[in-house]
Ligand binder design. Structure first.
Ligand code: COA
Length: 260
């Protein structure tokens, strides 16, 4: 049914596994389309009580947006891409059924943003988180400027997004970016254990908890922050530095930025 996702339903828990291991599970247009459909399944299937988002393998959860798809995009096309990504991630965030990320390796760029859109996160001890878009002459475009700030605070969010530094699982735990660390072998087991506790509670009450907590962080100011991000992401696509940054990544060399 899906070409880039593997889905399973066991004991009411719907596991969505992003499955492009040869590209470290990078988010291309097909992944976004299919993720959107899979989240619709969560919304509309009575037998699904909760969901897990994870990636194939032990190296990467998701290593970001698929950089090869950035090539040649106009500012307007980039803004549309950002808006589409934001909308899929809003759908995850606003689900009344719990959706938890099991982060099994690199969660970079769009991968970190996907994990942050989930209601909370567990990670394996080899996981690494980051918003390294400035290495590409870019900024996060799928809500990362907003959600990382909500989760770790303004100062740390500024530093991480300006330096492109990666944080390991123990630092992510200390920062509040994740709730638990497990071994790669036990990550799904630990995630399922928590979801089974949640599934034993009143589902309508769980949905209301999600709604109220989201309202605490996504207020009107928050919404304008997301709109600002779409605009700013698009602006970056009109720069020479973005072309240099993405070309340098694909040519496996260091970028030489000029500030234009
Ligand atoms: N988009 C497209 N392709 C990606 C990708 C991405 N975000 N991340 C990794 N890949 C591809 C690589 O190009 C490579 O493909 P190839 O084998 O055809 O050359 C393959 O996945 C394996 O990645 P590679 O870079 O060789 O692995 P590594 O172990 O040396 O490094 C990372 C792992 C995660 C540090 C590195 O892949 C990376 O920095 N990825 C991009 C992270 C990023 O900037 N994300 C934000 C995007 S907005």
């Amino acid at each position: 049914m899906y070409t880039t996702l593997i889905t399973t339903l066991v004991d009411g828990i719907f596991t969505i596994t992003i499955n492009r291991p040869e590209k470290l599970n990078a988010l291309n247009a097909t992944v976004f389309l299919e993720l959107d459909k899979a989240i619709d399944e969560v919304y509309n299937t009575a037998g699904i009580k909760s969901a897990i988002v994870t990636g194939t393998g032990t190296k990467a959860f998701v290593a970001g947006a698929d950089i090869t798809e950035f090539d040649g995009l106009s500012k307007e096309q980039a803004m549309a891409l950002s808006k589409t990504g934001q909308d899929v991630f809003f759908k995850i965030e606003n689900s009344k059924k719990p959706i938890v990320a099991a982060v099994n390796g690199f969660a970079l760029g769009g991968g970190c943003e996907l994990a942050m859109a989930c209601h909370f996160r567990l990670a394996s001890d080899n996981a690494k988180f980051g918003q390294p878009e400035v290495n590409l002459g870019l900024i996060p475009g799928y809500g990362g400027t907003q959600r990382l700030t909500q989760l770790v605070g303004k100062g740390k969010s500024m530093e991480l997004q300006m330096t492109a530094a990666l944080v390991d699982a123990s630092e992510a735990l200390r920062l509040g970016l994740i709730n638990h660390i497990a071994t790669p072998e036990n990550l799904l087991e630990k995630t399922i254990e928590i979801l089974k506790v949640i599934q034993s509670k009143a589902p309508i009450a769980i949905g209301k908890v999600i709604e109220c907590i989201n309202t605490a962080v996504v207020n009107e100011t928050g919404k304008s922050g997301y709109n600002k991000e779409v605009q700013a992401f698009g602006d970056c696509f009109a720069t020479e530095d973005m072309k240099e940054g993405t070309t340098a990544f694909l040519e496996k060399r260091k970028a030489n930025f000029i500030g234009k």
